[in-house]
Ligand binder design. Structure first.
Ligand SMILES: [Zn+2]
Ligand SMILES: [Zn+2]
Ligand SMILES: [Zn+2]
Ligand SMILES: [Zn+2]
Length: 293
């Protein structure tokens, strides 16, 4: 509960500040501040999405969503990722234009905004400091990163104030935008891996199979499918060949082994003879609609 409240406070602070900052960027004519506002809007959305979708994603399974609503959190990640990518590409495009044709920037205004930025992000980092969830820890770490970003803008503004080197502003802006873009691409990769049902990064199918075959009375394991619902909850299905009289005991041991490999939910089909299907042969789309019930 405390975690949720702190995340809500961080959300409100970020959203309010990013709007304030957006107008600050226009007022001071600084693309560095503008790109930071894109960054903070992205932060606010991702915090908001994780706050609201976290609740939704905790809803249990029902007839329409038989896995539960947990993938809503992945959808939230995708939405945030797309917004951040578009935002940072626009910022880079604008900043390049300004390196070619430098424009006047209000340095004093920039310094004031940067000081406010440092202070507000420090407060946000402080209120999100205590909490229990991994989600919250990452929010807190992120706030500290943002403080550093603002310190860079502040130093840049002070240097420009004395030297009048105008391209420092677009260069800082590109730096911030590239930082966002690199993080975003990593996130996008994770989200796409989930949608593509790639084997989770922390599961080695060969190793898993070797360990399963060591279990007493397990003759063969095939059709192993492992995927992740949200990056944390991993599911598996497989065929188990066993002639054991006590198949429940075999299944129990298999489930224990799967749990050691971070697989929390599994469907095991048992057979006494190998069924001959070593791997999957997915049907092509054109075969759809041939089902007559
Ligand atoms: Zn941020
Ligand atoms: Zn193992
Ligand atoms: Zn089989
Ligand atoms: Zn299969």
């Amino acid at each position: 509960m405390k975690t949720e409240k702190n995340i809500l406070i961080a959300f409100i602070l970020n959203l309010g500040f990013s709007i304030f900052e957006f107008f600050g960027g226009i007022f001071t004519n600084s693309v560095a501040i503008l790109s930071d506002s894109i960054h903070d809007i992205g932060d606010a959305i991702s915090i908001g999405v994780s706050y609201f979708l976290e609740k939704k994603s905790k809803k249990g399974a029902d007839k329409n969503y038989t896995y539960g609503y947990i993938r809503y959190s992945v959808l939230g990640g995708l939405i945030t990722t797309v917004i951040l990518m578009v935002g940072s590409i626009l910022v880079i495009y604008n900043a390049i234009g300004r390196i070619i044709n430098p424009v006047e920037v209000n340095y004093h205004g920039m310094i004031i905004f940067a000081v406010i930025g440092v202070v507000l992000n420090l407060i946000a980092a402080y209120v999100t400091k205590e909490g229990d969830s991994i989600n919250q820890k990452s929010v807190n770490l992120h706030m500290l990163e943002d403080v550093l970003g603002w310190i860079v803008v502040l130093i840049g503004a002070i240097i420009m104030n004395f030297t009048d080197i105008k391209i420092i502003d677009p260069i800082m802006s590109i730096g911030v935008a590239l930082f966002i873009l690199i993080n975003t691409l990593e996130n996008l990769k994770k989200v796409l891996n989930l949608f593509l049902e790639k084997t989770p990064y922390n599961i080695d199918i060969d190793e898993l199979k070797t360990h399963l075959l060591k279990i007493e009375d397990v003759e063969d394991v095939h059709h192993i499918h492992v995927w992740s619902i949200d990056g944390f909850n991993n599911y598996a299905t497989m065929h188990i060949v066993s002639k054991s009289k006590n198949i429940d005991e075999v299944k129990h041991k298999i489930r224990e082994e799967l749990e050691e490999h971070n697989i929390c939910h599994s469907i095991l089909e048992t057979e006494t003879e190998i069924c001959g299907e070593k791997e999957c042969h997915p049907h092509l789309h054109k075969e759809e609609g041939h089902h007559h019930h």
